[in-house]
Design a protein around this ligand. Structure first.
Ligand code: ADP
Length: 620
């Protein structure tokens, strides 16, 4: 979250508002006060001047009105003597002017050169004519403000005059005064300065108070802001302080309540998420969820393993693309009609068949929300199913061939060939052979079916394999009238193994009879038994000098019904199940079986058996 700069902060706005609210009335009051004060001070000043001048005026009225004799004091002299006694502060210039506007006297402080000169100033003229003039304020050469005032000197009225009320006042002279207003303005300036200082102090205190008050408002807001940030990061463990019961306090209380509710709902959501995640990851099936457009939004671990793709790689990808079924389905909505699809993910030898089952996620009254796909590995299942189908087909085929042969031979016999002494015994011989082969086939099938049964058990016993092998091999050797030679490479000592003798006899019968079947006339069959001490195993190999088996088919000869040369094997009476049964039996004994061969040179079939160290109890 971005930090709020000081210039954008509520604190600054608050301080500015407080300052402006304070400054505005102070300014108005200040202006009014200053103006009123100036007027009042000026009035007082004028009054004090007038008071001073009034006494002087009475004296001057008397002097102007006095009858003058030749030898007596002149008006000018008397005026001067009156003025010499006059003393008033602030009056910088005082002139007494007669009706001819000539200066007849001046105070000591005044420029004496003006005495005797005419001073035809408009205000003097006005006073002489009208008995008064408005006071005027001027600025002198030194830049000082001065007040200029004129006072009329009236002709003193005698008793006769006083009675004659209607007689008008006659102005006989003028007192012209200049008084310095600097004292008044100085005083005003001092007061204004005090006012300004007071304002400054008041505003400063208000700003400080504003800062403190703004802090009390912004502090909880800032705290809530920080807290909201922490909440946003998923931490609901803290609470904001409630500083009071005002609106901000109420907001803090509501904020804490919200925090508590979010904490509970987050814990619930988290719990549900964990449950879902644990269910999903502990499932053996892969699960994928998509939105309504078919874009993948969730995939569990098993699905990721089955598809060999990480969730980050497929998130947002189309389900149809990821499952490589876009050639089978044009649109994701086609899934509505599909319950499941088998998808082949095989690569090279690695077989992988996945069954994808689809469910449409739809809430009541709402639009379609998405799809859930469950993936399960059906490779093994499909393999078993395919093998089962192949097996049934093979069995049917194997049984049908001898039956067809027998049918045609028997038909020929029925049609009259039975009377033919030459054909009849041959035909009957063929049908007998076919019957025997069928019996062998059914027996082999029964044997395999028994071994497929889970309850199938071996009856193992402690056996010296050398002696046992000799007995089995002898049966074959006796039956071969020097057509085939046998060579033995057997250890001298006893080799003890833990085997089911019947089953092992069957294994050896199968391998040795194959060796004889595929050996050429006069060929040699070699038996090689060797103890591999390190591996604690006995290796038994039976080699012939027969037709051999192509390299790529060496593994396949152990599969059910597999024959390298089908016709040849059938002619030799084989069922194609001998080696398959042998492998099952060797597996059950804890050994391995394989074949090595060179085409045209011969085949060597080898199997191993674990050696017995200590005799063990019967394994039932
Ligand atoms: P069959 O009954 O056909 O012999 P087996 O399961 O015993 O069936 O053998 C499977 C196939 O393996 C035979 O059909 C044959 O093609 C081949 N085979 C087995 N042993 C030999 C061998 N010694 N030499 C050549 N081919 C052999």
């Amino acid at each position: 979250m971005k930090q709020v700069g000081f210039f954008q902060s509520i604190r600054l706005k608050f301080i500015i508002i407080i300052t402006l609210l304070l400054l505005f009335p102070i300014q108005v009051i200040g202006a009014y006060f200053s103006q009123q004060l100036e007027t009042k001070l000026k009035e007082n000043f004028e009054e004090s001047i007038t008071n001073n001048v009034d006494i002087l005026n009475i004296q001057l009225e008397q002097a102007f009105s006095k009858e003058r004799t030749e030898d007596g004091q002149t008006l000018e002299e008397e005026v001067q003597s009156i003025l010499s006694d006059f003393n008033a502060d602030n009056i910088t210039e005082l002139l007494v002017i007669n009706s001819n506007m000539r200066v007849i006297g001046a105070t000591e402080d005044t420029d004496q050169s003006k005495v005797g000169k005419r001073l035809p100033l408009p205000e003097i003229q006005r006073t002489l004519m009208l008995g008064g003039a408005e006071p005027d304020t001027k600025v002198n050469q030194q830049g000082h403000r001065i007040m200029v005032r004129t006072y009329p000197i009236y002709q003193e009225k005698n008793n006769q005059d006083k009675e004659n009320v209607e007689q008008q006042d006659v102005v006989v002279g003028v007192i012209y005064i200049k008084a310095s207003l600097e004292g008044v303005y100085g005083q005003l300036q001092d007061i204004n300065r005090i006012f300004a200082n007071g304002t400054f102090l008041g505003v400063s205190i208000s700003v400080l108070l504003g800062i403190v008050i703004a802090r009390t408002i912004t502090k909880p807001i800032t705290e809530m802001r920080k807290h909201a940030k922490i909440m946003g990061a998923g931490d609901f463990s803290q609470k904001v302080n409630v500083y009071g019961q005002d609106e901000i306090g109420q907001l803090a209380v509501s904020f804490n309540e919200l925090n508590d509710k979010l904490k509970i709902s987050q814990a619930t959501t988290e719990g549900e998420r964990r449950k879902l995640s644990s269910v999903l990851s502990n499932m053996t099936e892969g699960v994928m969820a998509t939105d309504h457009t078919g874009a993948i939004i969730l995939m569990n671990e098993p699905a990721s393993r089955l598809l060999g793709k990480e969730i980050e790689d497929v998130q947002g990808e189309s389900l149809l693309n990821v499952l490589s079924i876009n050639d089978r389905l044009d649109n994701i909505t086609d899934l509505h009609d599909k319950e499941s699809i088998i998808i082949d993910f095989s690569e090279g030898d690695q077989q992988l068949l996945l069954k994808a089952s689809f469910t449409v996620v739809q809430y009541e009254m709402e639009e379609m929300n998405g799809y859930i796909t469950v993936l399960s590995d059906v490779t093994e299942q499909e393999k078993i199913e395919r093998e089962r189908r192949e097996f049934v087909a093979n069995v049917s085929h194997e049984l049908r061939t001898p039956l067809t042969t027998m049918k045609s031979y028997l038909e020929t016999l029925t049609e009259g060939a039975w009377q033919d002494k030459e054909i009849a015994p041959r035909f009957l011989d063929v049908t007998q052979n076919e019957t025997e082969r069928m019996i062998r086939l059914v027996n082999d099938l029964l044997q395999l079916s028994k071994m497929d049964n889970k309850d199938y058990k071996l009856h193992k016993e402690k056996v010296n394999f050398i002696g046992f092998f000799r007995t089995v091999a002898e049966r074959f050797e006796i039956n071969q009238d020097d057509h085939i030679h046998f060579e033995h490479h057997l250890p001298d000592k006893e080799v003890i193994v833990w085997i089911d003798k019947d089953k092992m006899t069957q294994v050896l019968d199968n391998i040795i009879s194959n060796a004889i079947k595929y050996s050429p006339e006069g060929g040699t069959i070699t038996f090689h038994l060797e103890v591999k001490k390190q591996q604690q195993k006995l290796h038994i190999s039976i080699s012939d000098e027969g037709v051999g088996i192509p390299k790529e088919k060496l593994e396949k000869i152990f599969e059910r019904f597999y024959r390298v040369d089908r016709a040849r094997s059938r002619n030799l009476g084989g069922t194609g199940l001998g080696l398959a049964i042998s492998r099952e039996m060797i597996d059950a004994h804890g050994g391995e079986i394989w074949a090595d061969s060179k085409e045209g040179e011969g085949t060597k079939v080898t199997f191993t058996l674990p050696l017995l160290k200590q005799p063990q109890g019967d394994e039932e």
